[in-house]
Design a protein around this ligand. Structure first.
Ligand code: HEC
Length: 211
């Protein structure tokens, strides 16, 4: 799988159908049953919006739209501080998982998406992130401590405050907190980050802010 916090959906279409069912309660060919528990009589007796509620054509249209969204453009990628921060990002070992560049398949279904270099800052793979981030819940092939590398593109545009946070459950209020929660396979990179002098850390944050 490539989609979802634990890489449990194989395609964008699967991810959308799963979210429509799990988050919005909308049925589709892949999820024909209403997500009501036996005791939820009001849920089970509520009128359905069709059988299924979402047609294959509707799912395809949403997938087409999402697949063609543009990632946010970077801001000031060539400023000296951002460049220094980028070098720290590589030296600390962050890029081993947060891979700067990937290339789309030459036979991608949409001609617009064939053989395109893009910069998601993820390897789209699962990693053991240690006990601190574990949710204790296996999911398909992912274990309780496994998470898919979060893509960092656009992270500079995310407003992290008390209401919105980083990591799979939003627990981190800042980039620094998100990095310090890294464990398991990322423990060594996290420890190198924690040992950085203040100015180097500021440059690294400046680089992340430019993504
Ligand atoms: C072993 C792989 C690995 C390494 C090395 C790694 N990360 Fe991560 N990173 C992840 C995974 C997996 C997540 C998602 C964890 C979660 O959601 O619980 C993540 C999440 C993040 C996030 C939060 C993103 C968000 O949208 O919530 C930031 C920021 C981040 N990493 C930065 C870094 C930096 C900076 C380094 C280097 C010091 C680094 N990471 C090293 C795998 C890694």
């Amino acid at each position: 799988g490539r989609f979802g916090f634990k890489s449990n959906n194989a395609s964008l279409l699967d991810q959308i159908a799963a979210a429509m069912a799990g988050d919005l309660g909308l049925t589709s060919r892949a999820y024909p049953a209403q997500p009501c528990m036996p005791a939820q009589t009001a849920c089970r007796e509520a009128p359905a919006g069709g059988d299924p509620e979402l047609s294959e054509a509707q799912l395809q249209t949403i997938a087409f739209y999402l697949a063609h969204l543009q990632p946010p453009a970077r801001r000031d990628p060539d400023s000296p501080g951002v460049r220094r921060g980028e070098r720290h990002f590589h030296a600390l070992g962050c890029a081993a998982c947060h891979r700067p560049q990937l290339r789309t398949a030459a036979d991608a279904a949409s001609p617009l998406l064939r053989d395109r270099l893009f910069e998601p800052y993820t390897d789209l793979l699962l990693h053991d992130m240690g006990e601190g981030l574990a949710d204790g819940r296996p999911d398909h092939l992912a274990g309780p401590r496994d998470w898919r590398t979060a893509p960092l593109w656009g992270i500079g545009q995310v407003q992290a405050g008390n209401a919105a946070g980083f990591l799979h459950d939003g627990r981190a209020r800042s980039l620094a907190e998100a990095i310090l929660w890294h464990g398991g396979e990322a423990q060594a990179a996290r420890d190198r980050y924690a040992a950085l002098p203040r100015t180097a850390r500021d440059d690294l944050h400046g680089f992340l802010g430019s993504l």
